[in-house]
Design a protein around this ligand. Sequence first.
Ligand SMILES: Cc1ncc(COP(=O)(O)O)c(C=O)c1O
Length: 389
Amino acid sequence: MSSKHIETQAIRTQMERSQFLEHSNPLYLTSSYVFEDAEDMRASFADEKQRNIYSRYSNPNTSEFVEKICLMEGAERGYAFASGMSAVFSTFAAILNAGDHIVSCRSIFGSTQTLLNNILPKWNISNNYFKVDELDKIENLIQPNTKVIYAESPTNPAVDILDLQRLGDIAKKHNLIFIIDNCFATPYLQQPIKFGADLVIHSATKLIDGQGRVLGGITVGSSELIQKIYLFSRNTGPSLSPFNAWILSKSLETLPVRVDRHCENALKIATFLESHHNVNFVKYPFLKSHPQYELAKKQMKLGGNVVAFEIKGGIEAGRKFLNTIQLLSLSANLGDTRSIVTHPASTTHAKIPEDVRLQTGITGGLIRVSVGLEHPEDIIKDLKQALEN
Ligand SMILES: Cc1ncc(COP(=O)(O)O)c(C=O)c1O
């Protein structure tokens, strides 16, 4: 692994310069590549040569993006996808067989839940869930056909923290593949491989892009597992486009400075919300009141950019809050320069039965704020007027 700091890796990991000796990396908009002769073509297709053949397999821009994330996460190899969900789906599809079983945390992204509940069962891949505070029950859920332990930390949208080392130890003891969706933390704040993760997934659409422009995803981990994911993906076609890879690789150059400021703003917003009389509770990993504050400090560099809080008055108060917000955006994305508020109980999680919703900490009055890079005083001013009007 490189001995350079993560900030330097994000900037100085660079594809080979072309004959023009450009400083900033060019965009390679090409779907395919040419061969010297018949022997070159034969050897390339026989995987005897490491080279670009077709952009569904690899492209200089995607390779650069993948290399950066691998260095930042401490992974051997990776593959970049068109979205976070194509990364999640292709990862499961590549490493699991019909009849396999997944043990997953219940607090996972909505589409990932749909994948586990409705799509993977089509191929007889089943699952059991554990709650964020039930890590002691995981071993009881493991079956002879269990292959994977899956989790996110911090979780979406309730911002709970899971003990990655403990999950890693359980996975190792039972010879399971431990997969973490590290989207909320980014490789700058948390590197799950250090705690035993075999594969790390990102929706690059969030903080990695950071400006709400493109979709992207990536899975990194051991060469052995990524080879399976690569072979699955090069034949099924979920690859990241060169243009989006170029954007995302450029975005990584500023990830550490952006995320530092996102986290600084988020802590200020969380502290303000905690002091407000119309707020029942605030969840932010680096607030002392967070139930897993010590754990968050142990496994994360800073607390991330997502703050969850419960407004007094339940679902109706939550809906009214959204209608009163002026500066912040009502949008489904997160990790943008623009701060975003969502009300999960009346939107993203409205179709989930109330008892299941409550099990993942999504109460009627829960509001999720993706704290952006506007001046924190302006963000606070808007939240304050919406809480008081
Ligand atoms: C934790 C998490 N994982 C995966 C995804 C899916 O990513 P994408 O929207 O890029 O497909 C999201 C999207 O919000 C997410 O929050």
